[in-house]
Design a protein around this ligand. Structure first.
Ligand SMILES: N[C@@H](CCC(=O)N[C@@H](CS)C(=O)NCC(=O)O)C(=O)O
Length: 215
């Protein structure tokens, strides 16, 4: 519920890895919301904001876009909401560890860039463009590989922030799950990232946010 008693509304699609990040945080925090789900790309005339993209959150008339901003808003606006204390490790109450702020923000920015390239590879398939016939998409594929290599150096055996299920973990899990389900490109082969993915896939909030498969 928002401050004025209305249910929050999340505009999303079933498949979007960006929307899934937000849905996972809402599930972790047990926050009630109404989902407005559309699996086609919304026509420009129906866009919910200037970025034309989903997810978009409406909370009592405040409209927010960009998944990391929405999550930051949820963490700060609903700090005490965490019903399932039995699930370990707990959801982090922050985007970035206070004592590692710039390190973690750099990790989040790298994850966002990597995710954007993964989704681009998927969307450009609609126009028959692939890394094999487009130099730009070949560069995007290289970006994904370089980002994953860099993330493998940063991540620990306990995820990106030991002791926590962090927003960094979520921002890694959603796009690679999308990458795997849509057969966009092989992403595995890095020990710690592979283990993080396999360890988290049965966490209740991930099981509660399945993505429909549309290749
Ligand atoms: N950086 C944005 C990316 C959002 C995004 O690209 N969403 C896709 C769906 S997965 C979308 O709505 N695309 C439509 C468009 O780009 O016009 C975020 O983190 O929310």
């Amino acid at each position: 519920m928002s401050g004025n008693g209305a249910l929050m509304k999340l505009y999303c699609s079933n498949g979007s890895p960006f929307a899934r990040k937000v849905r996972i945080v809402l599930a972790e925090k047990g926050l009630a919301y109404e989902a407005d789900i559309q699996d086609r790309v919304r026509p420009v005339e129906e866009a919910l904001g200037p970025t034309l993209a989903i997810p978009v959150l409406d909370d009592g008339g405040r409209r927010l876009w960009e998944s990391d901003l929405i999550i930051d808003y949820l963490l700060k606006t609903y700090p005490d909401s965490r019903p399932d204390a039995a699930v370990a490790p707990p959801l982090s109450p922050w985007m970035a560890r206070p004592d590692r702020h710039w390190d973690d923000m750099t990790t989040l920015a790298t994850l966002a860039s990597c995710a954007g390239s993964i989704v681009n590879l998927r969307l450009m398939r609609n126009d028959d463009l692939t890394p094999e016939n487009s130099a730009y998409l070949a560069r995007q594929k290289t970006r994904i590989e370089r980002c994953l290599d860099w993330l493998e150096e940063r991540v620990t055996d306990e995820g990106f922030a030991p002791g926590w299920f962090s927003i960094m973990d979520i921002a890694f899990l959603c796009p690679v799950a999308f990458c795997e389900a849509r057969e966009i490109m092989p992403w595995r082969g890095r020990r710690k990232l592979d283990a993080l993915f396999d360890r988290c896939r049965t966490r209740p909030s991930l099981l509660a946010t399945p993505t429909n498969i549309k290749r």
